[in-house]
Ligand binder design. Structure first.
Ligand code: SF4
Length: 189
């Protein structure tokens, strides 16, 4: 909770500014080709903030292999990224840096809030807490929320599919089978 007269804390939570120019050419079939190309080659910003980032890293390793869906090229520069994947706790002191990175990203750009901390402050949301931002959507516009503490890599993949659907209007991958109520995990005997 932010004290009412704490202008510093309010300044930290100021929303990002982002001016998006309309396209020079607006040809629908051409735009769709561009959007499918974008959806199949999402470049996330390397942006791990806390424990959720470990799950994000797992998603890029062999078992979940986000490269299958074209989103493995994590960029060290916001100017080369089109997906801000906020994985972890955003403290107010960090908020200006998050905002600046978002503003530096070229459009079209997307934000995915991964985990309860990024969505709402998570376990750090309690009476008297002054340092944690209660949701990254206070400073940048979030497109997809992936809840959990932490969410599993499969959930992150679903979030990336949702971004792809936002871009193209369709899902490209089959839906996961429902998990059996009981039984050995991951096929282990
Ligand atoms: S949501 Fe849970 S796992 Fe993710 S950063 Fe917060 S405390 Fe860590």
């Amino acid at each position: 909770m932010v004290p009412e007269n704490d202008t510093w804390a309010e300044e930290m939570a100021r929303p990002a500014q982002s001016l998006v120019q309309p396209p020079l050419l607006n040809i629908k079939p051409l735009n769709y080709v561009f959007d499918v190309s974008r959806a199949m080659s999402i470049w996330p910003l390397t942006f791990g903030l806390a424990c959720c980032a470990i799950e994000m890293m797992s998603a890029s390793m062999a078992r979940w292999d986000v490269a299958r869906f074209g989103a493995e090229v994590f960029r060290p520069s916001a100017r080369q990224a089109d997906l801000m994947l906020v994985a972890g706790t955003v403290v107010r002191k960090l908020a200006p840096a998050v905002r600046r990175l978002y503003e530096q990203m070229p459009a079209p750009k997307f934000v995915l809030a991964m985990g309860n901390c990024a969505i709402s402050g998570g376990p750090f949301k309690f009476e008297g807490n002054y340092s944690v931002l209660e949701g990254v959507d206070r400073i940048v516009p979030v497109d997809v929320y992936v809840p959990g503490c932490p969410p599993r890599p499969e959930a992150l993949l679903e979030g990336i599919f949702a971004i792809q659907k936002k871009l193209t209007g369709r899902r490209f991958w089959p839906a996961a089978r429902p998990v059996a109520a009981e039984g050995p995990e991951d096929g282990a005997k």
